[in-house]
Design a protein. Structure first.
Length: 231
């Protein structure tokens, strides 16, 4: 079967929501997590789509992205998930379309760290999206680090990179996809806001889980429209 679309998911609660939406599918195993094949109605045609649990953090994200490309050769790779937002610049529930991904948590003591950060910065070519976007999004860059956004770093991150959202995986996914010349679409919803006084979900994981569940259901509901303009 010719698989044109693979959707990769990171966090456990995000994957649990996907499996809840697509109850009854046959789950398969990979070195990174589960995956399944289903059909998504795009216009009047059923499109075979693989949903793949890529795992959380940059290591799993990079490895699973390469695994997906090697095993399924998708025409387009779509990453759906969540992210944290900078207080005062974006709102909980907003959906972001990522056009640049920056791995920012690199600390170089022997030279200029900007060289390493530049190396792991990926501009995502979205020119393949045909026509107007089907849903309201904020097109912006994503800051990726193997940690939640740190309140004391927000001012620096915004002033240095122009960041307003951050996650754990987009930078790795984008870096690998570009080197394999694979079209990539990253759509993430803001699950929680972080300010210099702390994060609304920090120490309250239920806040993240509740918001993540709502966001994933919304992203899945809108997925067919993005596939339509992205193929």
């Amino acid at each position: 079967m010719d698989i044109k679309v693979v959707v990769t998911i990171a966090a456990n609660i995000e994957w649990e929501t996907v499996c809840d939406v697509f109850k009854g599918v046959s789950l398969n195993n990979s070195p990174y997590g589960q995956w399944f094949l289903t059909n998504i109605k795009v216009k009047e045609k059923l499109e075979p789509v693989i949903f793949f649990q890529g795992g959380w953090g940059k290591v799993c994200a990079a490895g699973s992205t390469q695994y997906i490309i090697d095993h399924f050769s998708p025409n387009i790779l779509i990453n759906l998930g969540t992210c944290g937002g900078f207080k005062g610049y974006i709102q909980t529930g907003d959906i972001v379309l990522v056009d640049r991904a920056i791995v920012y948590d690199i600390f170089e003591e022997m030279g200029d760290p900007s060289e390493e950060i530049d190396y792991f910065t990926t501009d995502i070519d979205l020119s393949f999206l045909d026509g107007d976007y089907p849903h309201k999004v904020t097109k912006t860059l994503m800051l990726t680090g193997d940690r939640d956004l740190q309140p004391k770093e927000l001012k620096y991150l915004h002033e240095t990179f122009g960041g307003v959202v951050g996650d754990w995986e987009s930078g790795a996914i984008a870096w690998v996809a570009k080197r394999n010349e694979t079209k990539l679409l990253i759509l993430r919803g803001v699950s929680d806001i972080v300010g210099e006084d702390g994060g609304e979900a920090y120490g309250k994981i239920n806040v993240f889980e509740e918001n993540a569940t709502k966001i994933m259901k919304k992203l899945i509901q809108n997925l067919s429209n993005w596939i339509e303009i992205g193929k």
